[in-house]
Design a protein around this ligand. Structure first.
Ligand code: HEM
Length: 252
């Protein structure tokens, strides 16, 4: 475990040794700098989630409205492709930084622990509470995302019957029916609800934590910010879960 943590913290530590680095890269080699970038990427991903939920809520407006929306989105062509590259790069950066900061602070804490142990004994325990939950839920969200891209983007989940969404040439051209087929497959409904609950837990700590990292932190507003973060997290999660329930119940 120790060796693994050292390996994972290596890129950031090596960064500090490179001579002539610009101030940005120097900041990035520190835990504080990495946490700031993690907060920015995390909040950007929240922006994507709101837009994504907003688009998907068009499912309630019916087949025509949703297919029109999907068609408009796809007709953006290279703009959509560039946005997708940016989105996946943001996800990758957020995940990479999560691994790096966790490893860096665990390595630092172990050194700290070794020094303080003799002074304060049992009271200095490695405390990874919230960050451990963030890692676990983060891994669940990543697993969900892999399935989700396979399901919705590549339309390549062998457990889904996409034939309800194909045209005469057997090409999938009805997004409304394709999405409904994905969400109403029982195994998928379980995977989606698990992934989305993990997302709710992740965001209910993550949003508040990101705002705090960025200095949005005042005694007077802290309780409000905490409640706001939790409401945002579970509001988004409930919005997505509602779509799964709707698809399971939809008989059209
Ligand atoms: C019931 C819930 C959801 C539905 C119905 C849904 C629907 C979709 C659809 C139809 C696509 C394909 C878009 C396209 O063809 O360009 C898609 C892509 C995607 N979804 Fe979801 N989604 C849901 C939940 C989520 C959640 C919870 C997340 C994040 C944790 C997420 C992240 C993504 C990402 C990253 C993509 C790829 C974006 C792209 O390449 O354009 N989705 N989703």
């Amino acid at each position: 475990m120790n060796a693994l943590l050292r390996i994972l913290s290596l890129p950031a530590q090596l960064l500090t040794k490179v001579p002539g680095l610009g101030p940005f890269m120097k900041v990035l080699s520190t835990t504080v700098g990495q946490k700031i970038l993690m907060a920015i990427t995390g909040l950007s991903l929240c922006g994507f989630l709101v837009a994504h939920l907003g688009g998907n809520l068009k499912l309630y407006a019916g087949e025509q409205a949703f297919n029109d929306y999907a068609h408009a989105l796809h007709s953006l062509g290279p703009i959509l492709a560039a946005a997708e590259v940016g989105l996946f790069a943001t996800f990758a950066l957020h995940i990479g930084l999560a691994i790096s900061t966790t490893a860096l602070s665990k390595v630092a804490r172990r050194k700290d622990y070794a020094i303080k142990e003799t002074k304060q004994g049992i009271f200095i325990l490695p405390n990874g509470g919230a960050s451990n939950w963030m890692m676990l839920t983060g891994v669940l969200i990543l697993a969900f995302l892999v399935t989700h891209i396979l399901d919705m983007k590549l339309k390549a989940n062998p457990g889904v019957d996409y034939s309800v969404a194909t045209n005469a040439e057997k090409v999938i051209d009805n997004e409304f029916h394709a999405v409904k087929a994905v969400l109403s497959t029982p195994l998928n409904a379980v995977i989606y609800i698990t992934g989305i609950v993990a997302l709710g837990i992740h965001l209910s700590h993550g949003v508040r934590s990101a705002l705090q990292t960025l200095g949005i932190n005042h005694k007077r507003w802290n309780l409000l910010l905490k409640i706001g973060g939790i409401l945002f997290a579970w509001g988004v999660a409930a919005g997505f879960i509602g779509l799964v329930v709707w698809a399971m119940a939809y008989k059209g």
